[in-house]
Write a protein that binds this ligand. Sequence first.
Ligand SMILES: *[C@@H]1O[C@H](CO)[C@@H](O)[C@H](O)[C@H]1NC(C)=O
Ligand SMILES: *[C@@H]1O[C@H](CO)[C@@H](O)[C@H](O)[C@H]1NC(C)=O
Ligand SMILES: *[C@@H]1O[C@H](CO)[C@@H](O)[C@H](O)[C@H]1NC(C)=O
Ligand SMILES: *[C@@H]1O[C@H](CO)[C@@H](O)[C@H](O)[C@H]1NC(C)=O
Ligand SMILES: *[C@@H]1O[C@H](CO)[C@@H](O)[C@H](O)[C@H]1NC(C)=O
Length: 697
Amino acid sequence: MNPYIVGIFIPLIASLILRKSNNGKKRGLPADAGGEPGCAIRNYRVTSPVESNWEGVSTLAELFEQSCKRFTYKPLLGSRKLITREMEVNQNGRSFEKLHLGGYQWMSYGQAFKAVCSFASGLMQLGHKKDERVAIFSDTRAEWFIALQGCFRQNITVVTIYASLGEEALCHSLNETEVSTVICGHKELKKLIDISGQLDTVKRVIYIDEEGASSEVSLAQKNTSWKITSFVEVEEMGTEKPLDADLPVSADVAVIMYTSGSTGLPKGVMMTHGNVLATVSAIMPIVPSIGTKDVYLAYLPLAHILELVAENVMVAAGTSIGYGSPLTLTDTSNKIKKGTKGDASALRPTLMTAVPAILDRVRDGVRKKVDSKGGLSKKLFDVAYGRRLAAINGSWFGAWGLEKVFWDLLVFKKVRAVLGGNIRFLLSGGAPLSGDTQRFINICLGAPIGQGYGLTETCAGGTFSEYDDTSVGRVGAPVPCSYVKLIDWPEGGYLVTDSPMPRGEIVIGGPNVTPGYFKNEEKTKEVYKVDERGMRWFYTGDIGRFHPDGCVEIIDRKKDIVKLQHGEYVSLGKVEAALIVSPYVDNIMLHADPFHSFCVALVVAAQHAVEEWAVKQGINYSDFSDLCQKEETVKEVQASLLKAAKQARLDKFEIPAKIKLIPEPWTPESGLVTAALKLKREVIRKVYAEDLSKLYA
Ligand SMILES: *[C@@H]1O[C@H](CO)[C@@H](O)[C@H](O)[C@H]1NC(C)=O
Ligand SMILES: *[C@@H]1O[C@H](CO)[C@@H](O)[C@H](O)[C@H]1NC(C)=O
Ligand SMILES: *[C@@H]1O[C@H](CO)[C@@H](O)[C@H](O)[C@H]1NC(C)=O
Ligand SMILES: *[C@@H]1O[C@H](CO)[C@@H](O)[C@H](O)[C@H]1NC(C)=O
Ligand SMILES: *[C@@H]1O[C@H](CO)[C@@H](O)[C@H](O)[C@H]1NC(C)=O
């Protein structure tokens, strides 16, 4: 046969076989679980939840030491040196800091291990006591990781705090955990000095050496009673007088992680070494053939469980970790000096983690660039994108074949170069990724996205969608360390007996489920339970359903349920999903109040549809805002909502009795919806408090 034809046929046949096996693949299987009755599933690879992938390794300290012995001469931690820092003034007179950063400089696994041991010894010599806690309050960087592992080697619990946390939350976290030593960068040191009067337990601060730190350091020396030492000094103290390690055991608390809730002060989630190790063991096999050839770009906050787990996965696999930041990520990032390299093009990573907000930004950036070019480039991009979409969407021709290679070379190569050109796998988590963005990134980067669903309380463990699952809108099957169970939630109308798929509240069980909230027994008891077999379960409050292949889809949130005056329960999410189908509705928030027997709604009017109707009716109006206030407009929209409600068979008490039309759209920029376009109910309620009270008047 002609070699050319063979060349086409082999990929065709291969793709046919691959498709077949993908379609029928069961990723989650029924599990035999204890505890509250429900419908439980597990990962297809394991029969019971995994605790550790490595014999003799039961803590993060042991895992790190093992890797440092196995990969001694491989590069581990990479950082960029600052070459110049300049201020640039734009047309509006605002000044911006621009950085010129050098290439990556590497510390091998062996060198990192020495640094960790030295830091651990130095910390103790500084006077830190065994039973006291250390807080790390800094941007993601190599010192963060060294400090973390250093504390682990002396069985010291680390408190992690988001660098962006407000003053009150910062005070609360440090106070509650009685932290005595804080490790921070100079920006964070400034914040600490501002609240130094309220921090009774802090005795010493270790600041990370960097250019520009001296003014904060001298201020801290003047205005506080803290002992101020630099990171390098601490390491030197430890090198001079090394101490033996005092290693923790699996059940010791490794980290207390403060997470910002949607309301109130942040809660500290306690995580044991065993908890984090379980998730690390579960996530590692999900990244296809991860190994010493891989390079990982680290830039998300390490105070976030997703990043903490990801970096420990990298260490376990012998991968190199290069540090960057969200503001220096690409050549066109805000802080990068024109003509110099962003982190991604300097590092050329193969692996990255991303939160949906960042991927949305990448997508919008590419779209904008393509649109602004216009003409042939835009047409070419649209054709290529459409072809690839159709290929992924079902017609298998071209999915793996020559056509892909053609479009890749012609169009997508440039897009890929934005992230260095070598990305082969992306981990996403923190919030659900929109289907549109997932497809866009899949196609333009040619790299699969593994999407995770988990919570700080479950150490990021929960479910994970595998790289060969091209469906969108789902969060995958349980990770190997977790059972996922649905339990009935009759008030919300979700039952495990529902057809065609079981539905209910998602409950996660396994060795990754954390012991609970620090100094908050009451809240811990509310959402954690231990079953008769000793397995811990966390009640997520998320509502999900199980697809036949054992993958989970999140469909609602339990918090969004309100009991009306007469005792009927209204599921806000369910009703909103039913009403948003009205052509006049761009967005809608249902509001129910336990002191009333009916609901009301804020409706963001769909401008195009409403104006079209108004023109047909010959209604006079000055602008859209004026039109939204007219009685007849409100009536028309309400009639349309009623129709949608009837179609969805909503009960009478679920249908909003009164509505207010909002002319301006709700966007992430306005702060009314999240980056994933979920309603921020508390914020919306505050902004429209007056309108809501009028609706009830
Ligand atoms: C680790 O530290 C904790 C808290 O100080 C202590 O309760 C625990 O016994 C220590 N673990 C070991 C193995 O010494
Ligand atoms: C921290 O504790 C100190 C003393 O116990 C108190 O004065 C201060 O108000 C506390 N701050 C916060 C934010 O709880
Ligand atoms: C530091 O102390 C000086 C004098 O004691 C005071 O004027 C200054 O405002 C203080 N600065 C801060 C940031 O607290
Ligand atoms: C993809 O397939 C679905 C259902 O099979 C269809 O509704 C949708 O329009 C398709 N999209 C494209 C872009 O072909
Ligand atoms: C709209 O305004 C025009 C002129 O001002 C008037 O003739 C017409 O009757 C108005 N239509 C309605 C529906 O009010």
